[in-house]
Ligand binder design. Structure first.
Ligand SMILES: Cc1cc2nc3c(=O)[nH]c(=O)nc-3n(C[C@H](O)[C@H](O)[C@H](O)COP(=O)(O)OP(=O)(O)OC[C@H]3O[C@@H](n4cnc5c(N)ncnc54)[C@H](O)[C@@H]3O)c2cc1C
Length: 511
């Protein structure tokens, strides 16, 4: 059963019957709902509930001092996005697009019907320059041919969705097997062959950033085709993505949101009594790090999968049923970080929006080195030129190398990247960037990574399993959604996974 249906039928029925009871009762007896986490999922759930008179007792508990979670705009001279940057597939079916449009946060181009209808089928192509570590700019024709080959092969990996048995378990292994076959038929000279393999390796690393994984060998082949792409050309927020959680927060009653309230335990199988509420018991008790406890009828949990991987055994009591615990273990949650560099003068051509990096001595058919200290920076494979400012680059780096980068100082990162850029441009005197700033999503204690993927050994059913309310098969669930957002919006099993399942409940019927 898909989670959308499951939630409408189970969660909807249950919470609404609770709401009905609430309508008949005095305000004080109306159902209490706690939401854990003030990212877009938690804010979305809280917003929907708070718009109903049936839920006057709503509390949102957030561990950090701000709303937004992995949506995090910061100033770096200009506004930059440490987390989400694009609305992928900005069109009517995308709830983030809907919200952003309603709040007037998007520009005219993004709002245009024309933009919403464009079928890109992936990431849009931007005008790019391809530098190699040998200090040369690669021919766009050569790169284009290799890119087409890679995207054809990647498209093929999506065709295994209903195949009962796949020949290899991962997307990475499939791609390498196919590439090894293709190479045999290449008639190029040796140098060109090596260069083509090196370019292919760049696309493997790029795909690691997109999937949020260390290696494409970790990404399951069978379910890869489950990812849905919505129409619409990716767009950004002119004033910063952070405007969206800010607007959502403003729409909530001020006293309902508590910051600096890390939840350490969700107890959902009991009967808890509050001294001031004589005679009334609550099935859920949530405890925070500072010892404060909150009682509730329902709790909606929207913490990231990375947090659950680390803490689910102690976070939830009674423990999760094996099916959910297995899903948490098996689904992948990897790291993709951003490194912002500000230059006095751009070293790239004026019309360039993307700088891609090719290491000529690498190939997807040769095992990569494992010395992170010596080579972490080789995983940083692409720089986005932040428009329209023109002198700020945003580099993307995924995997273990990205996690290693988090342990370095800003100065060490700046030195290493200055060296890389000097090698790429062949200019040993190129002025270093003026400033550096980077995200550190893996070290963030309440995130522990960037986003999820369907890892080898897991499937989309694990996502559904996590979305099922608890207790399973009960008419009156207490834990509404053990599901944070799992992945980027359009690469989701169903579009719109960004928002908590509570979003799906037709609350307005009862207002
Ligand atoms: C580098 C990066 C780039 C991305 N780029 C894009 C993009 O371009 N487009 C896109 O669509 N998506 C992108 N994403 C993914 C997107 O940001 C997330 O999927 C989305 O923001 C997740 O929302 P959420 O509410 O489910 O989780 P989060 O935003 O992680 O919110 C969870 C909240 O729970 C809080 N929390 C955790 N533990 C506790 C606890 N114990 N007690 C209380 N509170 C707790 C956290 O502090 C956090 O505020 C990107 C993510 C990253 C990291």
């Amino acid at each position: 059963m898909g989670w959308r249906r499951c939630l409408q039928e189970v969660a909807g029925r249950a919470l609404l019957s609770s709401a009905r009871r609430g309508m008949e009762a005095a305000d004080g007896a109306r159902p209490r709902v706690l939401v854990v986490g003030a990212g877009l999922a938690g804010l979305g759930a809280a917003q929907r509930l708070s718009s109903s008179r049936s839920f006057p007792h709503l509390r949102l508990l957030e561990s950090t001092g701000r709303a937004g979670g992995r949506v995090c705009s910061q100033r770096f001279g200009i506004v930059v996005e440490m987390g989400a940057h694009w609305i992928h597939g900005p069109s009517k079916e995308n709830p983030v697009f809907q919200l952003a449009s309603d709040y007037g946060l998007l520009d005219e181009e993004a709002m245009s019907e024309e933009n919403q209808q464009i079928e890109v089928g992936g990431h849009p192509l931007l005008p790019a320059v391809f530098y190699s570590n040998a200090g040369r700019v690669l021919s766009p024709e050569l790169v284009e041919g290799v890119r087409n080959l890679f995207s054809t092969l990647l498209d093929q990996t999506r065709e295994f969705l209903h195949v009962p048995q796949v020949s290899v378990p991962s997307v990475g292994e499939y791609l390498r097997k196919e590439i090894a076959q293709q190479v045999k038929e290449w008639t190029d000279d040796d140098e060109t062959k090596w260069l083509k393999l090196a370019i292919l390796n760049t696309y493997f690393k790029l795909e690691c950033c997109v999937s949020g994984t260390h290696s494409m060998d970790h990404v399951a082949l069978g379910p890869f085709g489950e990812y849905a792409m919505l129409p619409g050309l990716d767009c950004t927020f002119p004033g910063g993505y952070g405007g969206l959680p800010d607007c959502m927060l403003t729409s909530l009653p001020k006293e309902s949101v508590l910051f600096h309230k890390p939840v350490t335990a969700v107890r959902w199988g009991g009967s808890y009594r509050e001294e001031s509420q004589e005679g009334r018991t609550f099935p859920v008790q949530v405890e925070c790090e500072d010892g404060e406890r909150f009682l509730a009828d329902h709790v909606i949990i929207t913490v990231p999968l990375g947090f659950l991987k680390e803490h689910h055994e102690t976070f939830i009591d009674p423990p999760l049923p094996p099916r959910k615990a297995d899903a948490i273990r098996q689904l992948g949650f990897g790291t993709n970080n951003k490194i912002f560099l500000e230059f006095e003068q751009p070293f790239w051509p004026p019309d360039c929006q993307l700088i891609e990096v090719v290491w000529e001595d690498e190939s997807p058919l040769v095992e990569a080195g494992t010395d992170l200290q010596a080579s972490w920076f080789r995983k940083l494979i692409v720089f986005l030129v932040l428009q329209p400012y023109g002198h700020v680059l945003c580099g993307f780096i995924a995997g273990k190398e990205s996690e290693y980068m988090e342990t370095l100082s800003d100065a060490a990162v700046l030195t290493a990247l200055t060296d890389v850029i000097r090698r790429l441009t062949g200019n040993p005197h190129l002025a270093p960037p003026k400033k550096v700033m980077r995200s550190q999503w893996h070290s963030a204690p309440y995130t522990r990574g960037s986003y999820s993927y369907v890892a080898v050994g897991s499937s989309g059913d694990d996502i559904d399993a996590l979305a099922q309310p608890l207790p399973e098969d009960a008419a009156d669930p207490r834990v509404m959604a053990l599901l944070s957002h799992l992945g980027t919006m359009t690469r989701g099993r169903l579009p719109g996974r960004l928002l908590s399942p509570a979003w799906e409940v037709p609350w307005e019927v009862y207002t």
